[in-house]
Design a protein around this ligand. Sequence first.
Ligand code: ATP
Ligand code: MG
Ligand code: ZN
Ligand code: MG
Length: 474
Amino acid sequence: MELDKMDENEWRYHGEGNKSLVVSHVQLSIVLRLLKYPAEDSENPPQTVEQAFRQVQNIVDFSSNVMSCLLGEKFVHSGEVVKLPLEFVRQLSIKVQHQRPAWRCDKVMDIYSGCALCLPNLTSPTLHQPTHTPTLCIEIKPKCGFLPYSKHVSQDIKTKVCRFCMHQHYKVAMGTWKRRSRYCPLDLFSGNRQRMHFAIRQLIDEPQNNLKIFKGGRCIFSSMDGIEDSMDLNSLLHHLRPYFQYGNNRINSHMTSKALLTDFIQVVVNALLSAGGGDGGVGMDRRGEGRSFCEASPFNKERTRHGSQGSPSDSVLYRVRQTQMLDTLDIEGLYPLYRRVEQHLRDFPKERTRLQMDGPYNEAFLEKLHKCPSEDDGSLEYAVSKVHQYRVAMTAKDSQIMVALVPSCEEEEDDEGLPGQRQHRDFLSSRPPAFSYSVSILDLDPKPFDNIPRQLRLDQNIVSCYLRSSCALP
Ligand code: ATP
Ligand code: MG
Ligand code: ZN
Ligand code: MG
């Protein structure tokens, strides 16, 4: 990619979140992630070019120096800051505008700074690919996978029903979504294959912003992202079918939709439980974990009594959950510490830099995070450390896991020179075909310090809404 010869015709709209818009290169396996601003600021950028550059550099530093250490280097691709020609960015913004979903258009793409993040395209990574079968990729935003155990939690319900499940009631009440999702993060993070399978099945039924599926780098399934065909289970099955034609479910070359979906989910579950790359085996070092089911999950409660031993310690789920659990105090216990820091910064504004409240996210930051007294000694340092830990946990709770899959070549190689055998084995086989996969974690931006009060209010609103609506339930 030559920065001085950027051509908007070589890029296409790829997707967006609340904070950034992503375009992918039509040939190379790279994406550009650009910042977004509230539409009302579109005439006047809310920050200078310098500040925008700093913001994008902070994202790279936070991902590479902080999140990567906690989540595991093999899962994290931090990318690099690039400075794009403004004319290119303007043309790009015009080009992608009509492809953007209407409900995301309350924000506009930053066309003033020219700063962007250049990342590998994780929906079409270069896996060991003997055939030209397009990569399948499933993106999951799993959200928080544990129940708070902090003594500061004031409402008992928070220790029984997970945040995601409670938040669903609030989102439906607020009109964000029409229907509640039956997905529960505790099922996905359980390490129990049945529960994980159930969780992914629920995501497919109600993807909201927690599930997207890509084929050959293009989104083929998501919810209300303005993409034709999306949200249509039949079209998803149609896309998946060529990858799963095998085995004794195949009757006249047609396996049932149920079997197809089951196999697909099983492959995703395997990848999520794996050590995260290649065809690696499943580590067995499981950790016993208490309170690992949520009372609101529709997964059969009887079944959850048995064997939810947590995910293997080298798996992506384990790493994400461990990082989320740096939120040890819950927002209720954290808030007074936020106030302690905020008060100090009000008295000594210059301390904001020394305490690295807005970065830089370097080794010193990581040290502050780790070097935390075990008990609150009333110090500023304790409060700062806890606030940093909380922000890191917030990032992990908001990140997405990408699982990219291509059919593995192994079976074909085995069968070389033995015509007929493959067909025979396929017919008898009852397990899904082998896939090569790569697993990554993305969207690892630092969450602003100043957002913490909003988190407390949101928590209170979600809990009171849940208590009201669950009382109203039969
Ligand atoms: P959120 O609202 O979740 O905070 P965000 O605004 O921070 O989202 P991202 O989640 O980073 O933005 O990116 C938006 C979407 O773009 C992702 O959901 C994903 O589908 C796609 N995307 C982002 N980074 C990559 C990448 N490196 N490779 C492929 N696709 C990507
Ligand atoms: Mg995102
Ligand atoms: Zn739940
Ligand atoms: Mg984000």
